[in-house]
Design a protein around this ligand. Structure first.
Ligand code: ADP
Ligand code: MG
Length: 347
């Protein structure tokens, strides 16, 4: 494509890609037959060493919509890839490669150096090479397409939750929303608290190893990008089941636990951007799940159960149960049973 508008006097598109995005080490990846530089990249997910079906996912991040203007470029590079790796994780897929389409208002070498450092170091960590992309001028927009490998028959589909399954969650949820709320001045945190929760928002950890470990153990999974209840609803709708959630068992960090009950519930039930996995599994797999938790040194907590869809049309798919075993009143729970919708204002 033509590089309209990019300031080629300082650094051309090819120099830019060469300098910031190309890695000489890509030949070490058996899945990459041809990397950056030709009309297409060539890859295989069926080499002698590695076989499986192809899992593909794309995410787009736009400045001012998905990240704040002036966001730290290194964290942004990390987060752009992390959200895509998280989608692979939620299918149980192993990373194979990714492409990067980026529009930016100007060529800023300092920004690019930081952005690519954040991006490529997470990519290296997951042995996931950048094999191509597109670069153009425009408002800062970053779109990554990621390719993964998984046995499609075993993949962790949203539509596969079964009655009686336990509902589990990795690590803790709500810190990313807690950090966002302090930036938006919805509440205030002290500097120690900010230092603890800000990384959860800016540099999330995709649960790639967990996703793969859950193959054959979990029935369905989703990564929490828009909020626990909203994302869980996707599993429930697609599996045509309901759920009960024990709200006081939802794991949250001590920083979040120290906030008011209202903030704690809002962040853990509705807060997005945590990129933890929520998955369902038969109760008979509880021990296996506990041993995965031990092996990965990652907290996995049972927070509910898959139940039949409520018979009343007006009922929510999710029933929230309080610590005392009582069902949360409908009006109060409705407030929580909303999720982030990109076409509404925001959460
Ligand atoms: P085309 O004209 O076929 O679209 P380009 O000139 O846009 O090719 O890109 C040249 C090569 O550089 C291609 O192999 C493309 O995949 C790669 N490329 C372009 N932009 C990026 C980017 N941001 N990151 C990685 N590779 C890129
Ligand atoms: Mg192009």
């Amino acid at each position: 494509m033509n590089k309209q508008g990019l300031n080629l006097n300082t650094l051309g598109e090819f120099d830019l890609i060469e300098r910031f995005f190309k890695r000489s080490t890509n030949h070490v990846y058996p899945q990459v037959l041809l990397g950056i530089g030709d009309d297409c990249a060539l890859m295989t997910c069926n080499s002698k060493e590695q076989a499986g079906d192809l899992a593909v996912s794309t995410d787009m991040l736009i400045e001012g919509r998905h990240f704040l203007p002036g966001a730290d470029p290194r964290s942004l590079g990390h987060k752009c890839l992390a959200v895509n790796l998280s989608d692979l994780a939620a299918m149980g897929a192993a990373p194979v490669a990714y492409t990067l389409a980026i529009a930016m208002p100007e060529v800023n070498p300092k920004w690019l150096a930081e952005f690519s450092a954040g991006l490529l170091s997470l990519a290296d960590e997951h042995h996931c090479p950048l094999i191509g992309g597109d670069t153009t001028a425009g408002p800062l927009t970053i779109s990554i397409t990621i390719f993964g490998r998984v046995d499609a028959t075993k993949s962790l589909k949203r539509s596969n939750a079964k009655l009686g399954d336990d509902i589990w969650i990795s690590n803790t949820v709500g810190d990313a929303r807690l950090a966002l709320g302090s930036i938006r001045q919805e509440w205030s945190l002290n500097s120690k608290e900010i230092a603890l929760v800000a990384p959860r928002m800016h540099t999330p950890t995709p649960r790639v190893t967990l996703g793969q470990a859950l193959l054959g153990v979990a029935n369905a999974a989703i990564d929490i990008s828009d909020g626990l209840l909203g994302d869980l609803s996707h599993i429930l709708k697609m599996s045509e089941v309901g759920a009960e959630i024990y709200i006081d068992q939802i794991p949250c960090s001590s920083t979040l636990a120290n906030q008011s009950l209202e903030v704690k519930r809002l962040c853990s039930l509705m807060g997005g951007d945590d990129y933890e996995l929520c998955f369902t599994a038969p109760s008979s797999h509880q021990e296996k799940i506990q041993s995965i938790s031990k092996d990965l040194d990652l907290r996995l907590t049972k927070i509910g159960k898959i139940i039949p869809t409520p018979t009343e049309v007006s009922s929510n798919l999710i029933t929230l149960i309080k610590e005392d075993g009582q069902i949360m009143p409908t009006e109060l729970s409705k407030q929580y049973l909303q999720s982030f919708d990109h076409f509404k204002s925001s959460n």
